[in-house]
Design a protein around this ligand. Structure first.
Ligand code: PLP
Length: 295
């Protein structure tokens, strides 16, 4: 490790690689790993708040779905996975942070054809959240910009093939925004580069895109929807919305495990409402976070 690599792995951090807890600095995978060669791998990101895993069951279920879609088995059962996840939280002294899990199809001589009965690779890393930055985004709101959705046809699978997402997020940062909203060929918003997209229309209707191969079924999205079932006051529509509808929205927000509910105050420099996080968004954040942390 050179001086320049040190930011990758502050000392004391522990990673998990196929059955072993190792120092993050020393953790490595094989040069022929199919995750590296083909993005033949899936992942999950699970938030840790006050030392507890948030929406563990939802992440574990989605991991199973992603793996099944690619004809890979679970590397271990959900109960054993939960034990490793909690052990990672413990060994990393994680209070507030993110647990990252990845399953690859393993290391093989490079060949597009997928091996039968693969020897899967499971790895996990953990890192603390910058809680001050999260709170600043929550109180001030963030800007998003729109960009064409260049991704493949199975965005419902949480694969590590994230080049188009990374390009979109990088473009957003270059344009002074925090997130990119991806737009399909019909000028409809699919989702964010690493989040689901929501608006509150000028009529006060909450809208988020319906589930399909075009978006990832966010665990936080599902958590918000189930929290809203106990709130009868808000009219909800799961459907695609256009960029123009988003510009005219009263409020907007994004959801993800890493950020929870994050208010959006401008889209392509169109200011939403009074340019501050709106009451519906704040209410949904309060409702979701109280339910997510109480289970
Ligand atoms: N959509 C995409 C493309 C994502 O990468 C993510 C999270 O990383 C989400 C949506 C939100 O999903 P979740 O709430 O499960 O984090």
């Amino acid at each position: 490790m050179t001086r320049d690599d040190r930011h990758l792995a502050p000392s004391g951090r522990v990673a998990y690689v196929n059955g072993r807890y190792v120092m993050h600095r020393q953790a490595s995978v094989h040069i022929e790993d199919r995750g590296l060669q083909f993005a033949d791998s899936v992942y999950e990101v699970c938030a840790v708040l006050d030392g507890r895993l948030i929406d563990e069951a939802g992440h574990s279920e989605r991991l199973g779905r992603s793996l099944a879609s690619l004809d890979m088995p679970m590397p271990m059962g959900p109960a054993a996975l939960g034990i490793v996840m909690r052990e990672m939280v413990r060994r990393n002294h994680l209070r507030n942070g993110l647990l990252y899990l990845q399953v690859t199809r393993g290391a093989y001589r490079r060949d597009h054809v997928m091996p039968e009965n693969p020897k899967l690779m499971l790895l996990m890393t953990a890192r603390p959240t910058d809680t001050a930055a999260v709170e600043r985004r929550r109180s001030q709101g963030i800007a998003v910009v729109t960009t064409p959705d260049l991704r493949w046809g199975r965005c419902d699978i949480k694969t590590t093939g994230l080049l188009a997402n990374a390009m979109a997020k990088t473009e957003a940062r270059r344009r002074g925004a925090f997130e990119a909203w991806l737009v399909d060929a019909e000028s409809m918003v699919t989702e964010g580069s690493s989040s689901n997209a929501w608006i509150v229309t000028d009529k006060g209707v909450l809208v988020t895109r319906d589930l399909s191969n075009a978006i990832l079924a966010g665990v936080t999205r599902a958590g918000v929807l189930s929290a809203l079932k106990s709130e009868s006051g808000i009219e909800l529509q799961e459907r695609a919305f256009s960029v123009d509808e988003a510009y005219a929205a009263r409020e907007a927000f994004m959801t993800s495990a890493s950020g929870g509910v994050v208010p959006i105050v401008s889209i392509d420099q169109h200011i939403l409402g009074d340019g501050k996080p709106g009451p519906v968004t704040r209410g949904i954040h309060a409702l979701y976070s109280s339910l997510a942390t109480s289970s």
